[in-house]
Design a protein around this ligand. Structure first.
Ligand code: 4AD
Ligand code: MG
Length: 462
C-alpha cells in the first residue's frame, strides 16, 4: 500500500478505509487498554492520532513506541470521537522503524528555549515552531520565483566566487587553495596569489548585483536569488554571515519604479503566505508572537511612507528620544533609528531615499546636489532595514570619478564600466534579505531561527 501523508489524511473525505501512515511519535498517552499516539510527519503542523488497542499488540513492541521514535502504522481511517481532531487511525498493524531512547532524546518536554534548540539545530526541525518556519520559508522561496516569472523577469545565476567587492564593505571571506602553512611569496614579500587557484585573490560574493546589472542591460529585467556572504563581526539578532538575498535589476527603470516594485513585491509575499500558510501562521501567532497576523494584515493594507533621509534625520532629531547612537546628517541610521521611524513615528513601513553619498556604495546614481545619491532603503516594523537598493549611476564619467574618489581600481571593474560605454541606460534594483523577510513573516525575533543552519561569528556547527 502507498503511504499517505498526515496532510493528506487530515483532509481526506473518504473515511473507513485502510491507510498506511509513517511518521515520528510526538506524544503518547492512554491507559492499560488503549494507547493514543500522536504522529507527525512534517507535511503539516497538525498530528494525527493513532489508536492502538493494547490487547492486540505485544507489550514489548508498545514499549518501544516512545516520543521521537519512528513508526509505520496500517489501520482504518475513521471519524474521531475525541476532542481537537476530526479523524484518527484505528491501528491494525504497527511497526517501530527506528527506536528513540527516552532517556537521551533531547526533545522530550515542550517549551524548550530557542537558544537550546539552536544547539540541537539538527533536531529542531521536529518541533512545531521550526516545522512551521521552514514550511513558510519554502513557500516564500516558491512565491518569489512565481512573482518574478509571472512578471517576465529572468532568473540569473550570478557567481558565488568572485574577484570583485560589490559593496566595498571590505568584509569578505577569502577563497583560496594555497597552503596556509606555507604561502608562496612574491619579491615584495607579499602572498603570491598568481599561484592560487584562480591566479588572483578571490572571495565569496557579498551581492550578485554587479553581475545582475550586466544581465539587466541585455535581458531588461532579471533577478538573482542565492546565498551571499559577509564577514562582518556583528553579533546582532539581524545579521548572519551567510544569508540569502533576492536581487531584482531592471533596465529602463528609475528609483520611483524601483520603490513601486519593492512595495508590490513585499505585499505579494505577505499575501501569498496569508493565503497558503494559514495553519502555520496561526500557530506562530498563538505561540510566538500574538501580534503577528494583525501586523501582516496591517502592512498589506497600508501604503508605505516614502520620505527622504534628510526628512528622517529631522524627525529623529526632533523626537526628543535618547538614542544610543547619535543622529546627525551624514551619519548612517542605526536599527534603533529605523525602528523609531517605523514603529513610533509613521507607524507603517517606510522607504527612505536620497542618502548622503559618503555612506553609500560607489554605483549609486548621484543627485544634482552633489551630496546625496538615489539610494532607497525599505524599513519594516520589528526588523529595520529589510531592503537596500538604488538607481544606478549610468553615466560613465560620473561613475569613473566616483570610483577614483573611493580608490576603486578601474581595471578590477573594467567589464562593469563597459556597460556604460556601450548603450548605457537608466536602471535600478534592490536586494531583499530573505532571512529578514522570514523574520517579519513568522514573528521570530532572532535571525538564527529562520535559517536552517546559521553561520555567525565563532559558530559554524552542523
Ligand atoms: O543593503 P545591502 O548591503 O545591499 C546590497 O547588497 C545591494 N547590492 C543590493 C542591491 O541593490 N541589489 O543588503 C541588502 C539586504 C539588506 O537590506 C538586508 O535585508 C540584507 O540584505 N542583509 C543581511 N541579512 C542578514 N545578515 C546580514 N549580515 C545582512 N546584510 C544585509
Ligand atoms: Mg543596506
Amino acid at each position: 500500500m502507498k503511504r499517505s501523508t498526515v496532510k493528506e489524511l487530515l483532509s481526506a473525505t473518504e473515511k473507513n478505509k485502510e491507510v498506511l501512515l509513517k511518521g515520528w511519535v510526538r506524544t503518547r498517552r492512554g491507559n492499560n487498554q488503549v494507547a493514543f499516539i500522536a504522529v507527525n510527519d512534517g507535511t503539516i503542523i497538525h498530528n494525527i492520532q493513532v489508536v492502538a488497542d493494547l490487547t492486540t499488540f505485544p507489550e514489548e513492541l508498545m514499549k518501544r513506541v516512545t516520543t521521537g521514535s519512528s513508526i509505520s502504522v496500517t489501520g482504518t481511517l475513521v471519524e474521531s470521537m475525541g476532542k481537537g481532531q476530526t479523524v484518527e487511525i484505528q491501528a491494525s498493524k504497527l511497526e517501530v522503524l527506528g527506536d528513540s531512547d527516552p532517556e537521551v532524546y533531547p526533545l522530550q518536554k515542550k517549551g524548550h528555549s530557542f537558544e537550546f534548540l539552536r544547539e540541537i539545530a539538527h533536531l529542531r526541525f521536529r518541533t512545531n515552531t521550526f516545522g512551521a518556519i521552514f514550511r513558510i520559508r519554502h513557500a516564500l522561496a516558491y512565491a518569489i520565483h512565481k512573482y518574478y516569472n509571472d512578471k517576465g523577469f529572468y532568473y540569473l545565476h550570478t557567481p558565488i566566487i568572485t574577484a570583485s567587492d560589490a559593496e566595498g564593505a571590505g568584509a569578505m571571506f577569502r577563497v583560496t587553495t594555497l597552503d596556509l602553512d606555507n604561502t608562496p611569496k612574491n619579491e615584495a614579500g607579499e602572498i603570491d596569489f598568481t599561484q592560487d587557484f584562480f591566479a588572483r585573490p578571490t572571495n565569496l560574493t557579498v551581492s550578485g548585483q554587479l553581475e545582475g546589472e550586466l544581465g539587466a542591460l541585455a535581458l531588461s529585467s532579471i533577478y538573482t536569488f542565492g546565498p551571499t556572504f559577509r564577514a562582518e563581526n556583528s553579533n546582532t539578532p539581524r545579521h548572519v554571515a551567510e544569508f540569502w538575498m533576492i536581487e531584482p535589476e531592471m533596465a529602463f527603470c528609475d528609483i520611483h519604479d524601483n520603490m513601486d516594485l519593492a512595495e508590490e513585491f513585499l505585499k505579494y509575499l505577505i499575501k501569498y503566505t496569508l493565503d497558503h500558510c494559514v495553519d502555520d501562521l496561526e500557530f506562530l501567532n498563538k505561540m510566538v508572537d500574538k501580534g503577528l497576523l494583525e501586523r501582516l494584515k496591517f502592512v498589506l493594507d497600508h501604503p508605505f511612507e516614502r520620505k527622504s533621509y534628510s526628512e528622517a534625520v529631522e524627525i529623529l532629531k526632533q523626537s526628543g528620544k535618547l538614542f544610543e547612537f547619535p543622529v546627525e546628517w551624514g551619519l548612517d541610521l542605526q536599527a534603533e533609528h529605523e525602528r523609531y521611524l517605523v514603529e513610533e513615528h509613521y507607524k507603517r513601513p517606510v522607504i527612505l531615499t536620497d542618502y548622503p553619498r559618503e555612506i553609500k556604495a560607489f554605483y549609486m546614481k548621484q543627485n544634482d546636489d552633489g551630496l546625496t545619491v538615489r539610494a532607497m532603503d525599505v524599513l519594516f516594523p520589528m526588523i529595520g532595514e529589510i531592503i537596500g537598493g538604488s538607481q544606478r549611476e549610468e553615466e560613465l564619467v560620473k561613475l569613473q570619478n566616483r570610483m577614483k574618489e573611493m580608490n576603486i581600481p578601474e581595471d578590477e571593474l573594467w567589464w562593469y564600466l563597459e556597460t556604460r560605454k556601450f548603450g548605457t541606460v537608466e536602471h535600478s534594483g534592490f536586494g531583499l534579505g530573505f532571512e529578514r523577510l522570514i523574520m517579519f513573516i513568522t514573528g521570530m525575533s532572532n535571525i538564527r531561527d529562520v535559517i536552517p543552519f546559521p553561520r555567525t561569528p565563532r559558530s559554524a556547527e552542523f
